[in-house]
Design a protein around this ligand. Structure first.
Ligand code: BGC
Length: 401
């Protein structure tokens, strides 16, 4: 093994989430929210991945990938409280079998934002006593799927979930309540700790973690510099502190640089991405996020120094419908990731978000993260230039970076 670069068995993959790709995911809180607010009128079929998964696994093969991260939809497995669907768990078995047949190592996420409607009606994550429902479902999945996967991502971005569902009031249940946000966060941490143990009890060789969104922050002035360490800790490390020693690997979702600015130009004044880009003199994605490849180096080396557990980039990608910035984004972020490895960080995998354009939360098909473009009318997948670039990188195991 060349320990100055990507290891021989480095995981090259893409990540997806059930609700965003499968289609007709009608028993979830997000489905209701999308319909009620007419947020994403075209989300019904999504990418129809539920039916087209075999075709989509071929796309993964075309990327020369050896890994894939996907999520299981709780509302499919348990559409009614306590009623587990054999048909749906069998569906996921088929998907995982197909991936296995293709020598693709899987990382299975058990919670990626969505909740069954029955669970939300009971108060969802706000109540400590509700954690047992998630525990029961997650254990069921691990028992059923243990011959097909031993890599588990318990919760996706608990930090983003509370920020958007309980502070910003955007995601369902659309509340703005700091106390509830804290409760939900603590319940996620509780669920993570419980599941970490129970998954290992079921499966001795399990690799268990969660995917934490980590942002690279910069501060504009003295005022913001004072708050920088606290904001950084809350965003990037608080969940890990609540779940210490319960991660076999450290899952990091990293996308962008956030410049702290008390005037909060982008959020408060709602400046358009293009104009924001001019003000900050940096490249900005279709989502208004700042492109800053060195950020992945900073975040990874920082996390490595703190925790010394193997790191997996569970998500990294760019909203770029026209694929203008994505080719350089991929190359530059991966070059900086390579540098982090050269400088000693033990990074064992990278999952690009996302395999194909999908239903972005609250934005529908407007915002596009795919290496493959999805034509949502015909369900055709069209490779973007970036797909070939990522494919070459994976093929050379990053030697061409
Ligand atoms: C989420 C994905 C989402 C992506 C882009 C992450 O926060 O895990 O589901 O699509 O970012 O917004």
């Amino acid at each position: 093994m060349n320990n100055n670069s990507f290891a021989k068995n480095f995981l090259w993959g893409t990540a997806t989430a059930a609700h965003q790709v499968e289609g007709n995911n009608s028993n979830t809180d997000f489905w209701e929210w999308e319909k009620k607010h007419k947020l994403v009128p075209d989300s019904d079929e999504a990418c129809d991945h539920y039916k087209l998964y075999k075709e989509d696994i071929k796309l993964i093969k075309n990327l020369n990938n050896n890994a894939h991260r996907l999520s299981i939809e709780w509302a499919r497995i348990e559409p009614e409280e306590g009623k587990f669907s054999e048909k749906e768990i069998n569906h996921y078995k088929e998907v995982l079998k197909e991936l296995k047949k293709n020598n693709i190592k899987v990382f299975v996420t058990l919670h990626h934002f969505t909740n069954p409607t029955w669970f939300s009606k009971k108060g969802g994550w706000e109540k400590k006593e509700n954690v047992k429902y998630f525990e029961r479902y997650a254990k069921f999945c691990v028992e059923e799927l243990k011959n097909l996967s031993n890599n588990w991502v318990i919760i996706n971005e608990p930090n983003v979930y509370i920020a958007l569902a309980y502070l910003k009031g955007f995601f369902p249940p659309q509340k703005r309540n700091l106390l509830l946000a804290l409760k939900v966060y603590l319940n996620f941490a509780r669920a993570h700790r419980i599941l970490y143990k129970s998954i290992h009890n079921i499966q001795k060789n399990a690799e268990v973690g969660s995917a934490i969104a980590m942002v690279y922050f910069k501060a504009n002035s003295i005022i913001e510099k004072v708050f920088l360490p606290t904001i950084k800790f809350i965003t990037n490390f608080s969940f890990l502190s609540l779940t210490r020693d319960c991660h076999d690997y450290l899952g990091i979702n990293h996308y962008f640089l956030y410049i702290l600015d008390y005037r909060d130009l982008k959020l408060i004044k709602k400046i358009k991405p293009k104009d924001y880009s001019k003000i900050v003199k940096r490249e900005v994605t279709d989502f208004g996020w700042l492109v800053y490849p060195q950020g992945i180096y900073e975040v990874v080396t920082n996390a490595w120094k703190r925790y010394k557990i193997p790191i997996i980039i569970t998500e990294n990608g760019i909203a770029d419908r026209k694929d203008v910035l994505r080719p350089a984004y991929i190359k530059n972020y991966l070059t900086w990731l390579k540098q982090a490895i050269v400088d000693g960080a033990n990074v064992i995998g990278y999952f690009h978000w996302s395999l194909l354009d999908n239903i972005e939360w609250g934005q529908g098909t407007e915002i596009r993260f795919g290496l493959y473009e999805t034509d949502f009318r015909t369900q055709k997948r069209i490779p973007r230039r970036s797909a070939a670039i990522y494919s070459e990188i994976a093929k050379s195991n990053g030697a061409n970076l």
